[in-house]
Write a protein that binds this ligand. Structure first.
Ligand SMILES: [Zn+2]
Length: 314
């Protein structure tokens, strides 16, 4: 009954508005170090709810219909950033079960077995044996778990320090952290090129997300161009399909990309580009700065309400 009411509310509030949801991973089981990521059970009821109470559409079709003014009520797109292997192994079967289309934005430099830098930091803090983690390499000294801080807090503190460094310098710092903290087991987290092709063949759109996932703001136009061109070239050769959508790495307008970045993105034949700014899209929305949104709730009722609130608020 409550779901029906919320559904009615979002029908009224969601007229001519498009919600684009952003995910990264669907985990086998919940992970303390990655509290924002749903597990397969949660993702299952989320997609069940989306298919029952909303109108899921492929991103390209939704944007065309947004522009044409023919968007159905409560239109929703599902997107994933980065190219995690669990998008193929865990998310794709659930999307298929409920007939929900999706777009996965892939950073191609991580398709050869290398994990993304933030996962390397999380793995380090999760697995480091001792209660003291040596972070001299990044000027944080020796971080102690004994003073009540959790491994997660310390890991995110470290990620914060590393986030806005140039790619190469960041990787060197992480290598130094690993060298200082003993043996850490790393499992491959990202899709290989064959797995990206498999996902594409399942009908899931593969979108561009740059090659190395740098913060694009402040980079020279030529460097931005090369990051995107290499990414598009690889994804198109792996999937045999044209890449039509782009997601800015990290994605906060003004902070992670700016008008100079957008100018370069517009040189490519993308139909749309998505940010990580929260909100919904209305007719006339800037197609190179589309907003997205993640309902973070862990119960179906709250998740559903959050979807409605996002429609009302924006
Ligand atoms: Zn990303």
């Amino acid at each position: 009954m409550l779901h029906q009411l919320i559904s009615l509310g979002s029908r009224l509030a969601g007229k001519n508005k498009l919600s684009i949801l952003i995910y990264h991973q669907v985990l086998e089981r919940l992970d303390d170090m990655r509290p924002g990521e749903p597990d397969q059970e949660q993702f299952d009821w989320q997609m069940s709810l989306i298919s029952r109470y909303f109108t899921p559409l492929p991103l390209g079709e939704a944007i065309e219909r947004l522009q044409a003014g023919t968007l159905p009520p409560k239109a929703v797109c599902i997107t994933f950033d980065d190219g995690y292997l669990n998008n193929l192994t865990l998310a794709a079967p659930i999307l298929k079960r409920y007939g929900v289309p999706a777009t996965v934005f892939v950073a191609s430099a991580f398709s050869q077995g290398e994990n993304m830098w933030n996962d390397k930091v999380l793995d380090l803090f999760e697995q480091a044996d001792s209660d003291v983690i040596d972070c001299e390499a990044i000027g944080l000294g020796k971080l102690s778990l004994a003073d009540g801080a959790s491994r997660r807090q310390l890991a995110y503190k470290t990620i914060g320090v590393l986030k806005y460094l140039p790619v190469q310098e960041r990787l060197e710092k992480i290598a130094a952290l690993y060298a200082a903290n003993g043996d850490i087991q790393i499992s491959r987290k990202m899709m290989s090129e064959q797995e990206i092709r498999q996902l594409s063949e399942l009908g899931i759109e593969i979108g561009a997300h740059t090659h190395n996932h740098p913060i694009l703001k402040g980079m020279s136009p030529q460097a931005v161009r090369e990051e995107i061109a290499e990414n598009v070239r690889l994804l198109e050769s792996w999937t045999g399909k044209q890449v039509k959508s782009f997601a800015y790495p990290n994605g906060k307008p003004g902070k992670d990309f700016d008008e100079h970045t957008v100018e370069v993105v517009k040189e490519f034949p993308f139909k749309q580009a998505v940010s990580t700014e929260w909100g919904v899209s209305r007719p006339g929305a800037d197609l190179y700065r589309l907003k997205r949104f993640t309902p973070w709730d862990r119960t179906p009722l709250k998740f559903h309400l959050r979807m409605l609130l996002n429609l009302i608020k924006h």
